[in-house]
Design a protein around this ligand. Structure first.
Ligand code: FE2
Length: 390
C-alpha cells in the first residue's frame, strides 16, 4: 500500500495528465491568472479571498512572500455564532462594503495577504501589513471579521508549518475571529529531500491513511488558535485515483473524528460535479450537514466545456438550488459568504452583487437561522494593529 507521501508525489507528477479537459493545464492556469490579477490600489496588492487553485504565483509576485521551494471518538461541532451574510474582502469591493449597511453582517478575509512571510529562518519571520489591516478594519465598520486562510497546506504529508499556525493565532488575538478556516488540500510536497510548492491546491487521497495524517494537524490548530476551526471542501480539477471512500464519507469521517467543522463551498461542489460527472445533490444527501459551520457561494466560468471555480460572476441558478436545499439543513451554520474576485467587480456590476447579497439574506432568514442576540455576533474587543509579527 503506497504511503500518503508517495501518493502525493505521484499526484504532482500526474497532474498535467489527469486533467479532464481538452484545454491544457497551462491554458487553464493562464485564464485563471488573468481573472485573479487585481488592480493595484493603495494599501493592497494581490488581494483575493479564497485559493481555489492555480493562483499562488500571483500572490507570491505581489506579496514577495516566502515560499519553501526546496523545499476517537465522534465529536460534534459546537454551533457557531449566527452572523448571517458575509462577503469575501477584496480591495475593489471596499466602497460597496462600506455602503452595504444591513446587507452585510460580516467580512471574510484571507489573512495571508495582509502579511509578508520572510521564511522560518528570518527574525521576525512575519511582517504585518499595518496599512492594509487598518484599511480592512475601517471598511469592516465594526462587523466581525472571519479568517479564511490559504497558506496552511494542512494536507501535506510529512510537513506541518507550526510557525504559520502561530501567526494565525497571533492575528486571532488581535481580531478575535468568530471562527477561522483554511482549505482541505495541500500545496507543499516532498521533493528530492526538500519541499516544493506545487503552486496550486491539490486534492487529497481519500483513504484512512490520509485521515490519520490530518487528525493531529487539525488538533494542533485547534490547540494553538483560540477560535473554532473549519476546513473547506476544495475544488479539484483532477482526482487522485484508487480512493478508499467517496467524498462525503471522507468529509464525514474527518469532521466526526477531529471535531473540525466544514466550510461547504457550494460552487466548488457544483464545479466538481460538472467536471467529474456526479450529481451534486446526491453528494449533499450523503453529507452530515451538522458539521457545516459556513457556506460559500460564488460564480465561475466555462472553458472549452470545463468548469472553473473562478469567482468571476454572480451566483448561478444551480448553486442557488444547492443553497436552497442545504441552508435549512445546516443547524450549526454561522455564516453564508459570497466570493467574488475584485478584478471582476466592474464587469459584474455592483447592483447585481447587492441583489445576490439580499437574496442570500432572505434565504438565511427563511431557513430559520435569524441572527444572534444583539452584541453576541460582535467580536470581543480588538487589539490595536501591530506593524510586525514575531
Ligand atoms: Fe470558497
Amino acid at each position: 500500500m503506497p504511503s500518503v507521501t508517495t501518493k502525493q508525489q505521484a499526484a504532482v507528477a500526474q497532474m498535467h495528465l489527469g486533467l479532464m479537459s481538452t484545454t491544457s493545464f497551462d491554458g487553464i492556469v493562464a485564464v485563471l491568472k488573468q481573472t485573479l490579477t487585481v488592480p493595484k490600489l493603495p494599501g493592497f496588492e494581490g488581494c483575493r479571498p479564497c485559493l481555489s487553485g492555480l493562483d499562488r504565483p500571483i500572490i507570491r509576485r505581489h506579496r514577495h512572500a516566502w515560499h519553501p521551494l526546496t523545499g476517537g471518538r465522534a465529536k460534534a461541532m459546537r454551533p457557531l455564532p449566527k452572523l448571517g451574510v458575509g462577503l469575501a474582502f477584496q480591495a475593489p469591493l471596499a466602497p460597496m462594503i462600506e455602503a452595504a449597511g444591513d446587507d452585510l453582517d460580516y467580512i471574510e478575509v484571507v489573512p495571508d495577504i495582509l502579511w509578508t512571510d520572510r521564511g522560518p529562518t528570518e527574525a521576525p519571520r512575519y511582517i504585518d501589513d499595518a496599512e492594509g489591516l487598518a484599511t480592512l478594519l475601517r471598511v469592516a465598520r465594526g462587523r466581525p471579521i472571519v479568517a479564511h486562510g490559504i497558506g496552511m497546506s494542512i494536507g501535506s504529508a510529512g510537513h506541518f508549518d507550526r510557525g504559520h499556525v502561530a501567526q494565525v493565532g497571533r492575528w486571532n488575538q488581535q481580531l478575535c475571529f468568530p471562527w477561522h478556516s483554511d482549505h482541505l488540500a495541500w500545496h507543499l510536497a516532498a521533493s528530492e529531500g526538500g519541499r516544493m510548492d506545487v503552486g496550486i491546491t491539490m486534492p487529497l487521497p481519500r483513504d484512512a491513511a490520509t485521515l490519520e495524517m490530518l487528525e493531529p494537524h487539525i488538533r494542533e490548530v485547534q490547540a494553538r488558535v483560540a477560535a473554532p476551526f473549519l476546513l473547506e471542501n476544495s475544488v479539484y480539477y483532477f482526482d487522485i485515483p484508487d480512493g478508499e471512500m467517496d467524498e462525503p464519507t471522507f468529509l464525514n469521517r474527518l469532521c466526526r473524528t477531529s471535531g473540525c467543522g466544514l466550510v461547504l463551498d457550494l460552487h466548488n461542489l457544483h464545479t466538481n460535479a460538472r467536471n467529474h460527472g456526479f450529481d451534486a445533490f446526491d453528494l449533499l444527501a450523503e453529507l452530515e450537514l451538522d458539521h457545516v459551520g459556513e457556506l460559500h457561494v460564488a460564480g465561475g466560468m466555462e472553458l472549452d466545456g470545463f468548469d472553473l471555480d473562478a469567482h468571476s460572476d454572480t451566483v448561478p441558478d444551480p448553486v442557488w438550488a444547492l443553497l436552497e436545499r442545504a441552508l435549512p439543513r445546516c443547524p450549526n451554520v454561522g455564516g453564508l459568504t459570497f466570493e467574488l474576485f475584485g478584478s471582476r467587480f466592474d464587469s459584474v456590476v455592483e447592483e447585481r452583487v447587492r441583489r445576490d447579497l439580499q437574496r442570500m439574506k432572505a434565504m438565511w432568514r427563511s431557513a430559520g437561522h435569524g441572527r444572534a442576540a444583539a452584541g453576541s455576533s460582535r467580536p470581543a474587543r480588538r487589539a490595536e494593529p501591530r506593524s510586525a509579527g514575531a
